[in-house]
Design a protein around this ligand. Sequence first.
Ligand code: SF4
Length: 415
Amino acid sequence: MTPDAATGGEAAEGTGGCPHAGGSAGGRTTTLADRRELYRRTPRVVTWEVTRSCPLKCVHCRAEAQLARHPDELTTDEGRRLVEQVAELGPPPPVLVFSGGDPLQRPDLLELIRHARSLDLPAAVIPAPTAQVDRETVRSLKEAGTRRMALSLDGASAGSHDEFRGEPGSWDAALQAAEHARAEGLPIQVNTTVTETTRSELPAIADRVEELDAVAWEVFFLVPVGRGVALEAPSPEAHEEIMAWLYRRQREAPFSVVTVEGPFYRRVASRIEVGEGNGSVVAGSTSDGNGFVFVSHTGEVCPSGFLPVSGGNVRDRSLAEIYRNDELFRDLRDPDGFRGKCGVCEYRKLCGGSRSRAWALTGDPLDSDPFCPHVPAEYRSKVGRGEALPVDEYFEQRRRAGDGPGADGFDLPDA
Ligand code: SF4
């Protein structure tokens, strides 16, 4: 999830499962430096995991959702106060994404969305694809002030999608929900997770996104957390190929593409444009804790849903104070302090690597992104001078030393 669920726009990089669309924050900034300056005080997107309750048990679920609501979820009053705190982060107003679990499991969801609308916050919702997303529900969401609804498609057919999610009927429910949204005039976006299993279906899924008249396609690159630790990720080289294809596909698409936990999409996009003599391009600007912030069902404030390291709880400190001043958040906005090859990469300000994936695979959110195949010239020089380990040895050492939740299940890149 990246930018403004309501405004649509450019190709972008987002994080944490939210339907932000592309575009500059509120259309008021233009350069990457402007945006990064803005993001020190105002995130572009706030995703609130309103509940972890969900009737589904999707195999890739970050939240490891279960049916029962957590007894310590933020209450309605606490939720209303949180919505006010999101508004106080602006101007410009961040997009507020109501995520889960399944947000429809909260009986006060419409009240919270209406409260967001009363404060001029663009709101988006990511319901679980179930029969509960009927036409009346979609109409209620729209009337409450929802600007966009996100639906997941992780396969190009009912068979592959339902098999991937481990939920028979999920495909039909998603398409039915899309139909209701079309009938009610509520824009949708499609969310897709990239794994070794789903990658071959991406072209057909892109065609389906187009057929559904979705305004955006949000493409998640796997971070091994939650139930996702059991899934196989594409190799670093395959990530590069997928991103190059994705960038070219979005240039001819009527929808915008938003990547999540794939910031080196920006490097790939820039290289393609430069290679074609078109000059560089900025394809997205947010990253974990940098233009994006995640609030858990119990009020913990984290840089991303895939990076569950809390900077504090909104029950104790304001969202603004945590986002702007917490040490981890500040470190995440300083790419010069990253470790390994990301720390010396010529693209570190444009990209910076997935901080969630670094944490998941090494236990250190400031380490390098193991799924990016790029080896910066400066890093090669350091290896030549004996000041750094070759990339494969570096990651193997970091993985052994770290305690990331997904470290054991992944092959690391070759040098
Ligand atoms: S090495 Fe790190 S900063 Fe450089 S392009 Fe790859 S992920 Fe981005």
